[in-house]
Design a protein around this ligand. Structure first.
Ligand code: CMC
Length: 433
């Protein structure tokens, strides 16, 4: 195709404009020239939920929602989940290439050297109420790390950036495990450098009085596979938006964790478990589905902004579930989930809206079988997603197009009016929520 342009006619003025098309997009700024008069601000686009707006150029992940394809740096997620360790995939996401054997050893060792957290961080965690949600603890302690590493604010220096990346990737499991043990009133367990990333995390979570905690290899591999599955989304955008102000990466990652905690995003896997608990038995499913179709409820763990055919991660997760249940025994909630999926996938409401199980639908059932409580599920998303957030942040910081993310708005409020002194104001009905 030669002519990569778009011609627009403004019917208000009968003027015609030609704007370039770049990789299937037009630049919103090219619309600004479309005006009804010299004093007109110019045309803008309105897309509050980024339904059809590319907010950046990225080479980290590729997603084809219709074909159900997810690639990391070009590699299919299925192949990475089958053959790689989590830290190997982390290296790929952060550096663009898979490591060779020496690079992988050096990377593993570097991460191990940074797994400890400052003793004062434990004091923060101690200050949280006994039933504080672990996502709240994680968000706060990640933000607090910025006060320990004041060099992190020098975000324009690539070496400084890389150092914070290592710190964050290494410390996330430690913070997450400490948040968990705080809730149970158990002493914190220091990281064990002899263990791999997931086994070390399991050790910090579940070690009691035994001299050496030995993680079940099937379960630690399952955790590794679950850690490998993520993509560009709401929390990544939060990381990018906050990072675009040159905030340090700990502050930006705390914002990403906040976005992830929402029930429409990473918080969905916790909600799925609560939903399955509420449904309780297969015979209650039709009644629940009716409520969903009447708009009273949402079927949590279903639907995705991009995947409209199936979520390729959900397929991998189903396979992992079988392996985990071989070890732990079958989670009885699986039967309810399978039946729910069967009924939903044959129902016109879900078919018409292209609603399929997403990554959250089965992950919670697996995590529960492995011994995690539902409030830990989103934390289990947060640990690995940190790598994706940081890969995107690094990419953004190197991008010559980088500017502070500062969206426009369509103003729909009062037009200019004069101030009314207090004594002259009459009670008016409040219109703002
Ligand atoms: N249950 C029932 N109806 C749904 C659901 C659902 N889970 N998801 C979407 N719909 C309906 C929605 O009501 C709308 O119907 P209508 O056209 O009649 O108004 C239609 O499907 C289109 O939905 P939408 O809200 O415009 O879609 P979206 O792209 O804005 O939202 C979503 C995507 C993931 C937020 C949404 O599907 C949802 O809320 N799902 C449940 C929460 C969930 O599982 N989140 C995890 C997402 S994947 C992992 C992650 O992000 O971490």
């Amino acid at each position: 195709m030669d002519n990569q342009t778009l011609t627009i006619t403004d019917n208000r003025t009968n003027q015609t404009y030609t704007v370039p098309i770049y990789r299937g997009t037009i630049r919103a700024m090219d619309l600004r020239q479309i005006k009804t008069s010299p004093s007109d601000f110019g045309l803008m686009t309105y897309d509050p939920a980024f339904m059809n707006t590319a907010s950046c150029q990225s080479s980290v992940t590729f997603l084809d929602g219709d074909a159900g394809i997810l690639l990391y740096r070009g590699y299919p997620i299925e192949q990475l989940a089958e053959h790689c360790t989590f830290l190997e995939v982390a290296y790929l996401l952060l550096n663009g290439e898979l490591p060779d054997a020496d690079q992988l050893t050096a990377w593993n060792n570097e991460i191990k050297r940074h797994t400890m957290i400052h003793e004062n961080v434990k004091k923060f965690i101690d200050g949280f109420h006994h039933d504080a949600h672990p996502m709240g603890i994680l968000m706060s302690t990640v933000a607090a790390l910025s006060t320990f590493y004041s060099d992190a604010r020098n975000v324009c220096d690539p070496n400084v950036r890389r150092k914070q990346v290592v710190r964050l990737v290494a410390k996330m499991p430690t913070l997450a495990a400490y948040a968990y043990r705080h809730r149970l009133g158990l002493p914190y367990i220091y990281p064990d450098p002899e263990l791999c990333y997931t086994k070390n995390y399991m050790n910090m979570l579940w070690k009691r009085t035994e001299p050496k905690y030995v993680a079940n290899p099937v379960l630690s591999r399952a955790l590794e596979v679950l850690f490998i599955l993520h993509e560009q989304n709401c929390s990544t955008s939060a990381m990018r938006a906050v990072g675009s102000s040159n905030a340090d990466p700990f502050a930006s990652a705390a914002a990403a964790i906040a976005a992830l905690s929402g029930p429409l995003h990473g918080g969905a896997n916790e909600e799925v478990l609560l939903m399955l608990k509420e449904i309780g038995a297969k015979e209650n499913i039709p009644g629940f589905i009716e409520q969903v179709k009447n708009g009273k409820r949402k079927l949590m763990g279903f639907g995705h902004r991009v995947y409209k055919n199936y979520d390729p991660r959900a397929r991998i997760i189903k396979r992992v579930a079988e392996e985990v249940f071989e070890v732990t025994g079958r989670n009885p909630k699986l039967d309810i989930a399978l039946e729910l999926e069967k009924i939903a996938l044959s129902d016109e409401y879900f078919i018409k809206r292209k609603l399929y199980p997403n990554v959250d639908f089965y992950s919670g059932i697996i995590y529960q079988a492995m011994g995690f409580t539902p409030d830990q599920f989103t934390v289990l998303f947060g640990i690995p997603r940190t790598v994706g957030w940081l890969a995107q942040w690094q990419e953004m910081m190197r991008d010559s197009d980088l500017k502070i993310a500062r969206p426009r708005q369509i103003y729909i409020g009062e037009s200019r009016r004069e101030f009314v002194p207090l004594t002259l104001r009459r009670q008016r009905e409040m219109v703002h929520g």
